[in-house]
Design a protein around this ligand. Structure first.
Ligand SMILES: [Zn+2]
Length: 310
C-alpha cells in the first residue's frame, strides 16, 4: 500500500517536474511516518483487540495435537474446533472455548482413515457402531469390491442411511452381480442386447451414487468376460468421474497379463484404476514384485492414474 502511494505520488508529479524534487522529499518522510503509525500503533491495537475478543464457543475443542491433515502437508501443533458435528476451525492457539475440551498433547490428530477395500454387505446391521473400523481409526469404508455388490445402488444407499452407522459408506457396483443379473452364469461373450442392459445398470448405479465399477475376474462369471466388455462398462463409469477397481484375473503365474489388462481398461476407458490387494501368490512367484511394481510406476508415467492397495 505504501509502495502504491509512493508510485501514485510520482506519477502525479510527472507533469510538473520543477516541483518533483521537493515533493518527493516531502513524500518520503510522510510515508515513513504513516508506516510508523501503522506498525507501531495500529498493528498492536489490532492484535490487542484480537486477543481481548471473547473466545468463540464450540462443542469440542481439541488442543495441542500434532495435526496431520491428510493433504500431504507436514505435521504441525494446533487446535481443532468442532461445532454441530463439523470442524469449524483448525489452527494454532485458536480463540475458542469448547463445551468439551480434549488435551491432545503428545498425540496425533488426523482425519479418519478410508478403508478402500471392504466387503461389508450383510454385516451392516450386526454392529451399527462399526467398532471394528472405528477402533482402527477408519471412518469411511468403500464396499462393493471384487465384482460383488448390490446392483440397485440407490436402494442399498437408502438402506445404509436408515441404519445411521457411525462410519461413512461408499460403494462400487460389482461387475459379477451385474453380469449374473443379465446373463446368469453363461460362459460366453455378451450379445449387443446384453451389453446394453449391463451398460444401463452401470449408468443407473453411477447416477444413484456408486463411486465406480469393480470386477472380480478370477471368479465366476467374471472369468468368462473378455477385456472389451469391461472397457465398455468402464466407459460408462468414466462419464461420471468414477473409478475402476479390480480383483485381477490372476495374481500368480499370469500376473503380468492381468496387470496389463487392468491398465488397458484405464487407458481405453480413460478413468482411474485401483488394483485391489496387489500381491503375488505361489512360492514360485516370490520376489516378482521387482517386475510388477515397475509396471505400475511406468503406467503412472504414461499418464494412467493407477493406484494399488494391499
Ligand atoms: Zn478380492
Amino acid at each position: 500500500m505504501v509502495a502504491k502511494l509512493y508510485v501514485a505520488g510520482c506519477l502525479y508529479l510527472i507533469p510538473s517536474p520543477l516541483c518533483l524534487v521537493p515533493c518527493v522529499f516531502f513524500l518520503v518522510p510522510y510515508i515513513a511516518t504513516m508506516k510508523s503509525i501503522l506498525v507501531f500503533v495500529l498493528l498492536p491495537l489490532t492484535l490487542l483487540a484480537q486477543q481481548t475478543k471473547p473466545p468463540a464457543v464450540c462443542d469440542i475443542l481439541i488442543r495441542n495435537g500434532k495435526i496431520i491433515d491428510g493433504s500431504g502437508n507436514n505435521w504441525y501443533y494446533g487446535d481443532i474446533a468442532v461445532k454441530d458435528g463439523k470442524i469449524v476451525s483448525v489452527g494454532r492457539q485458536l480463540n475458542y472455548t469448547g463445551k468439551k475440551a480434549i488435551d491432545a498433547t503428545g498425540l496425533v490428530v488426523a482425519p479418519g482413515f478410508i478403508d478402500v477395500h471392504t466387503h461389508l454387505e450383510g454385516d451392516e446391521k450386526k454392529d451399527p457402531n462399526a467398532t471394528n473400523f472405528i477402533m482402527d481409526g477408519v471412518t469411511t469404508c468403500i464396499t462393493g469390491n471384487c465384482g460383488a455388490s448390490n446392483t440397485d445402488i440407490g436402494k442399498y444407499l437408502g438402506f445404509i442411511d436408515s441404519l445411521k452407522l457411525s462410519i461413512n459408506v461408499a460403494t462400487l457396483v460389482g461387475h459379477n452381480d451385474i453380469r449374473k443379473q443379465v446373463m446368469g452364469r453363461a460362459n460366453r461373450e455378451a450379445t449387443p442386447d446384453e451389453m446394453e442392459q449391463m451398460r444401463n445398470i452401470v449408468d443407473k448405479a453411477m447416477r444413484d451414487g456408486a463411486v465406480g465399477l469393480s470386477t472380480g475376474l478370477i471368479y465366476i462369471p467374471g472369468t468368462y468376460t473378455k477385456t472389451p466388455e469391461i472397457v465398455e462398462l468402464a466407459k460408462v463409469v468414466a462419464k461420471y468421474d468414477g473409478v475402476y477397481t479390480t480383483h485381477m484375473r490372476d495374481e500368480g503365474d499370469s500376473v503380468v497379463f492381468a496387470i496389463n489388462e487392468a491398465l488397458t481398461v484405464g487407458r481405453e476407458a480413460r478413468l482411474p484404476v485401483e488394483i485391489s490387494h496387489f500381491k503375488l501368490s505361489g512360492q514360485q512367484n516370490w520376489g516378482r514384485s521387482k517386475e510388477t511394481i515397475p509396471m505400475i510406476t511406468a503406467a503412472r508415467k504414461e499418464g494412467i492414474e493407477v493406484t494399488i492397495d494391499q
